[in-house]
Design a protein around this ligand. Structure first.
Ligand SMILES: [Zn+2]
Length: 228
């Protein structure tokens, strides 16, 4: 999330100019919910990969929370959610809605677990949901499909074996997807946490990655579309 804070009087932003980037200098610890802006809490979750954490966000809806991204399905992440939701900052209020930026396991992994637990719908773009559904489909052998695709495009057998050994299995890190799904209605604004967010679709990191931009306060929740 980018938040430039206030602009100094010496450097007024003119219409059409980009505001200077400022970084929020708050210490962030894994599994400790941290207030980042009015009504926006960051929860950094642990990951059992080389990339060892993911930032998720909770938007204050008054009577509960909207989650943006969920973490991968692992014991440490579940425990972090349990502790965070019971923490004084989150006040024990329930999850009302879940929004997932894209289909990768560290973002959608616990969406099903949280959705069923709180009877909360999951919002996602149709393109990301289609990919998540394909990878989660127990009747399909996605690994074999991928091997055939690679072979067809000339990848040598030893390189295919090397890649497969290092490729995590999707269903190992992703709970069964929620049945309660509300697709993001592009390009209409997304109303969450008492803010109107402009949906921004990014390609490349994933097929239809959703970022959210609140022009009023110049806050961008970028998922994995912008990585450090
Ligand atoms: Zn990703």
């Amino acid at each position: 999330m980018r938040n430039p804070g206030s602009v100094s009087p010496e450097q007024p932003a003119e219409i059409g100019e980009h505001l200077p980037i400022r970084y929020v200098e708050i210490e962030i610890r894994v599994a400790e919910p941290t207030l980042m802006a009015e009504g926006i809490v960051l929860l950094r979750l642990p990951l059992p990969f080389a990339l060892n954490h993911i930032n998720t966000y909770l938007l204050d809806e008054g009577d509960g929370w909207t989650l943006i991204d969920c973490g991968v399905d692992c014991d440490a992440a579940r425990q972090a959610w349990d502790a965070a939701l019971a923490s004084p900052l989150l006040g024990g209020r329930p999850v009302r809605r879940i929004l997932v930026t894209h289909h990768h396991p560290d973002h959608i992994g616990l969406a099903g677990w949280l959705s069923r637990r709180f009877d909360a719908p999951m919002s996602i773009t149709a393109g990301e949901h289609a990919v998540a559904g394909r990878y989660s489909d127990p009747t399909r052998d996605v690994v074999s499909e991928r091997m055939a695709f690679w072979r067809e495009h000339g990848l040598p057998g030893d390189l295919i074996s090397w890649l497969l050994q290092r490729m995590p299995r999707y269903s190992k890190h992703v709970q069964p997807l929620p049945d309660n799904v509300a697709f993001v209605n592009l390009p209409e604004p997304v109303l969450l946490g008492k803010r109107s967010w402009r949906p921004i679709i990014g390609r490349g990191h994933s097929p239809e990655h959703l970022s959210l931009y609140d022009a009023t306060t110049d806050i961008l929740i970028s998922g994995d579309q912008i990585l450090p």
